[in-house]
Design a protein around this ligand. Sequence first.
Ligand code: DGL
Length: 279
Amino acid sequence: MSRAPKILVFDSGLGGLTVFAEVTRLRPDARIIYAADDAGFPYGALSEEALIARVLSVVQRLIARYAPDAVIIACNTAATLVLPHLRAQFSQTPFIGTVPAIKPAASQSRSKLISVLATPGTVARDYTRDLVRAYAADCQVTLVGSSALAGLAEAFMQGESPSQEAIWREIAPSFVARDGRRTDCIVLACTHYPLLIEHFVHLAPWPVQWIDPAPAIARRTDYVLSEDLGFRRVSAQAPEASNHALFTGPSAPGPKLAEALRARGIEKISMEPMPLVFA
Ligand code: DGL
């Protein structure tokens, strides 16, 4: 293929930017449409039924409009539930998901005490529990569902400085000391969390490995583009490969967020209001 590949990176908000950053590093030739479904945020609070309906309808509109070559669901809360539905409904489009990195955490852990920090939705999923059974049977796994962290990460990206107490309250249950052992790996199973990583590292009572799946998702995306779709990797940005962020909420991003997006290589910002309605 001689044209630039077009990728849709989808999340409920700004968390998918952590995946976007890795994908642009590996595939600077790709044109990326970053879609933040901020009208639906936070996904962690939606019922499974509402979340499936919401993601299917927003992705349907985005695929119809942008015809991406591949779609990255850069959201654990959505991917652990909606991926099979998306693949069934849009069978011509390759989907790359983001799911809790429990397997690498279990294999890297020496203390065999690992924690999974995620939204309440992701923590409750059968998908997550199956990953624990399949890959972390030799570990003691603490699942920590946080209702507040994704919102704190959103506010941080809008220029607010987050309360250290509020962050600590959410991450504290991830640090477990038992029988002379301590948690040594914490899975960042929500794409919003790496946005707050400096705060996590600063607040941690002892050093741990924070497992961010974004580099692995970027490698998988590169594989799909190169091997499955025939887009040869080129190291320079194609002239038409400008990146674009769109938001489904009613209000445009403030100046601080627009600046943060520009710093990440996103110049164009647009609004496509898609209000969240419950049947
Ligand atoms: N970024 C999403 C994830 O990876 C969750 C944020 C939300 O609750 O919408 O799970």
